[in-house]
Design a protein around this ligand. Sequence first.
Ligand code: BGC
Length: 738
Amino acid sequence: MNKPGCTCLALVAALAVSAQLRPVFAQDQVSSTGTQTQNFPWMEVRLSPDERADMVLKQMTLDEKIDLVHGEGTPDGGKPRPNAYLGNGGVGFVLGVPRLGMPIIQMSDAAYGVRSSAENGRYSTALPSNLASAASWDLQVACEYGALIGRELRAQGYNMTLGGGVNLTREPRNGRTFEYLGEDPILAGTLVGNRIKCEQAEHVIGDIKHYAVNDQESGREEVNAIIGKRAMRESDLLAFQIGIAIGDPAAVMCSYNAVNGDFACENRYLLTDVLKKDWKFKGFVLSDWGGTHSTVKASAAGLDNEEPFDDFFGEKLKAAVQAGKVPMAELDDHVCRILRSEFASGIVDFPTQKSVVDVDGGFETARRIAEQSTVLLKDSHGVLPLDRTTVRSIAIIGPHADKGMISGGGSAQVDPPGRPASKWQEQVWFPTSPLEAVRAKAPGVNVQFDSGKNPSSAAALAKKADVAIVFAYQWTSEGLDLPNLSLPENQDALIEQVAAANQRTIVVLETGTAVLMPWIDKVNGVVEAWYAGSKGANAVANILFGDVNPSAKLPMTFPRSETDLPHPQLVMPPPGAQGLVAGVKTAETRPTFGVHYDEGLKVGYKWYDAENKPVLFPFGYGLSYTTYSYSDLKVKPGKETTVSFTVKNIGSRAGAEIAEVYAALPASVGEPPKRLVGWSKVQLNPGESREMSVAVDPLYLSGYDETLDRWKLAPGSYTFMVGGSSQDLPLVEKVSMK
Ligand code: BGC
């Protein structure tokens, strides 16, 4: 059986020719991944990854093949791990084939930085959350994000990342929203693709996850996501499709949940029909940790590697191959995909060598990305930027605002320096102090702090100050969903009281998803800083004082209330559900409850648009300290439709504007009112204008036709809209397409 994707098995003829080439070997090195490159014919770097993989595959025994298709356990898995000594302290690893020069795959979680550094006596930079980075809408930011993580992984002895989360924000209470890139498939897919491209350029195996429709944490290991094919292809799957097309990740992690009845890691439609056949994915699929549920079914469906143990892809798979229940060609395809990925990513030719992480460089990158990611949501009566010449006193209020800023929890957690390893679901504050950062910006200003624990004392401090800044937070983590979108710990009351004492109140939000703001009309300023990373406070202070002009825009809608969500109530597992825990499954299991994603295509702003529901802050929204005007829209339909227009900075400060392009499809297609189809970010000095041109991929104007089982660009009238937010689109032009 020769499945699409890995072409190893079809390359016998090519190999006869290539064997005559004079070998060019990568430098011989001994590495943390356990190999020394040797003069094997497959070390010839001019051969293609497929050719090289095929040559290795031919040398492998059945046991070696089986070793490659499962992990060797996870440090906290509670099961014996005979090979533990070969690990690198990460969450998993796959044995290499030392006699053939193939390295161990050392994996680490690395959503917004490399995990478990404290436990291993190492150091990692915490970048702003993935969601924050999406607010930059900036491909360069995505690239720097991936490159930094790639470098820090290698410095710590890893050659595979488990980052690259791109599940869409269908359910904003999802505790992992901070690990993903918002609610729009084109924005999220483009950004994750650019991240992966630059991460893999550092010679690590890249990953995109959690495939697919893993949109809530509640009951994630036993929930069945029920969703129509078209809705899935045009929303959640489209983000993966674009991310894979741009980033060409070597690995896809399938998710815990089931989709339309079959667990994602044994779902033939997802893994084979869509991923490997339709998208021509050439890498390998690994299961989320404990997300494998079977041997024969999962293997046939297209799972290539079980993580973190070998419950199904160890002895059971070997026996199934020997009994003919899993064809050898199918096992070869799994192995070939893994070998190919090792060559394609460069982990064979460029073995990792541990080194010291560049701490200063990491700080610099983290701060710059945070500055590009911080969204100015409200600025009335000229409260911002703060003017050092007129403001004499500032009250800094909020739990921990003297010491640090909150970070997102779970397997994404990065450890802050100078403290013990973070525990699972512990609230971790990074030592980036808003109080100190504000003081450093305004040496002559009297800056005082109150934790806000007692709102009256905070209000008393605010009353005496010229400006009050409340740092409010909402902690979220893998494994938990939020019960609601309100700020926890009485912070709404704190903000109300501070705002009542001082009109010039600014709220800085440190959140992992949207929050409700019952006090919005009472404060003058709101800044969304998300989980801002290692240098978050410096970035926020630069924005507050206008040293950086904010340019970020929301990658997700902030609703007015949970009652406006497609599912006002989170769907929870029923009483008596199995309460499955990842990593300890020993028998085949079934989903115990379903979530009907009956909003279908209407994810995020598409829902609010279609249902005519007003929102607190729309998708794509974000203010600047200057203003921009839009003019001269021209739409040129063609193979790629070109949308050009002029943006002018009509304010008095330099700034960067993210210009957004939306399209409404012909009514016959039956789509929500509009969709984002492109954007461009432009830096403009005061008075400067620039003509911009955005090329729109025909896929982004297409709908998924379920009957034909393919994308279709419908003939008819398309309306293009351009502006600075999904609800501020001054330029409109209709064109007809054949
Ligand atoms: C998470 C994955 C993670 C894995 C390994 C799982 O619980 O869902 O995102 O990569 O654990 O830590």
